[in-house]
Design a protein around this ligand. Structure first.
Ligand code: RIB
Length: 280
C-alpha cells in the first residue's frame, strides 16, 4: 500500500545512515510503521545540526504527524515548536531534558562496565577506552561506566582514553595514539562496534595479534561484527526491539492526539556477546 492522504506520516531523524546500527534501527521503525498503516521519512543529519534544523522546518510545514529522534543535537527550540504544534516526539538512543516526550534507550553505563569486567575476567590488566563524541549521551555514559570501573586500579590513567568519533576511521587513528602512549595495553573497549572494527584493522596492520596480544570489545551488536575475523566480542543492544518500541509508542501517541499520559521512559538491557576478539 502506498502512502495515502489519510495515512499518518512520521519522520526518523538519524545522524549517520552509513552506521549499520542505524540501518537496523530504521528497518525496525519502517516494519512497525508499515504494519500499522503509517509511512516513514528518513532524514540523515550527518551529525550536522543545521541539517537537522532544516529538516525539522520542512517536516513541520508539511504537517508531519510525529518525529523519532535518534540524532545528535535535539535542538530545544525546534522541539518546542513541535510541542506547540502538538506533534509527538520520541527520543531514541539519545537523552533529553524535556519531560514532554517518550524516551527509549539502553543501559549504556552498565554495558560499559560489563565490557571492562569481561576484559579483566579474561586476563587483561591494562585496558584502554575509545570514546564517541562527548555531546552524545550514549558516548558519555559508556565513558563514565569505563572510568568508574577502572579508576581505582593502579594502572589507570586518563591517557588510556582516546577519541574515535563513533567512526571506523576514528578507531584506526585511536589505536596509533593509544599504542604510542601505552605500548603495554592488553585490552581495548571501543564505545561502538564501528570503532572496534577499525581497531581490529589497525592492530592487524601492525602485526598485533587479537586476542593473544590485545583483546577487543565493542558496543552495539551490529551484524557486521559476526562476519569479520576475528568475530567481535561486543555489548549488544536490542537494536530492532528499540526501533520497534519507539515506533509503537509514537503511533499510540499520534492516535491519542498526543495524550501526555501515554508518555513512556524505557531503558532496555544490553547483553555481553562473547566471540573471538577476547580471550577465553
Ligand atoms: O552514533 C553512533 C552510535 O550511537 C551507535 O553506534 C550507537 O552506539 C549509538 O548510541
Amino acid at each position: 500500500r502506498l502512502a495515502g492522504q489519510n495515512m499518518p506520516a512520521i519522520a526518523l531523524m538519524l545522524p549517520d545512515i552509513t552506521n549499520p546500527f542505524f540501518a537496523e534501527l530504521a528497518r525496525a521503525v519502517e516494519d512497525t510503521c508499515q504494519q500499522q498503516g503509517c509511512v516513514v521519512f528518513f532524514c540523515n543529519s550527518d551529525h550536522q545540526d543545521f541539517k537537522e534544523k532544516s529538516y525539522l522546518e520542512v517536516l513541520r510545514k508539511r504537517h508531519i504527524d510525529g518525529v523519532i529522534f535518534a540524532s545528535n543535537y535535539l535542538p530545544q527550540e525546534e522541539l518546542n515548536k513541535l510541542e506547540q504544534h502538538r506533534i509527538p516526539v520520541v527520543v531514541l538512543d539519545r537523552s533529553s531534558d524535556t519531560q514532554k516526550c517518550s524516551l527509549i534507550r539502553s543501559n549504556n553505563y552498565e554495558g560499559a562496565q560489563m565490557a571492562v569486567k569481561h576484559l579483566m575476567d579474561t586476563g587483561c590488566r591494562k585496558i584502554a577506552h575509545i570514546y564517541g563524541p562527548q555531546e552524545i549521551a550514549t558516548a558519555k555514559e559508556r565513558m563514565n561506566g569505563y572510568e568508574d570501573y577502572v579508576k581505582s586500579f593502579p594502572w589507570y590513567t586518563p591517557s588510556l582514553m582516546a577519541p574515535g568519533m563513533f567512526l571506523m576511521e576514528g578507531g584506526i587513528q585511536a589505536v596509533d595514539t593509544l599504542l604510542h602512549r601505552h605500548p603495554d595495553i592488553d585490552g581495548i573497549f571501543a564505545g561502538n562496534d564501528l570503532m572496534a572494527i577499525g581497531v581490529l584493522k589497525a592492530l592487524h596492520r601492525k602485526g598485533v595479534r587479537v586476542p593473544d596480544d590485545i583483546s577487543v570489545c565493542g558496543f552495539d551488536g551490529i551484524k557486521l561484527g559476526e562476519i569479520i575475523e576475528p568475530e567481535l566480542t561486543t555489548i549488544a543492544q536490542p537494536i530492532y526491539e528499540m526501533g520497534k518500541c519507539a515506533a509503537n509508542i509514537l503511533i499510540k501517541q499520534i492516535k491519542s492526539k498526543n495524550d501526555k499520559a501515554l508518555l513512556e521512559i524505557i531503558e532496555m538491557n544490553v547483553s555481553l556477546h562473547i566471540r573471538d576478539s577476547t580471550r577465553k
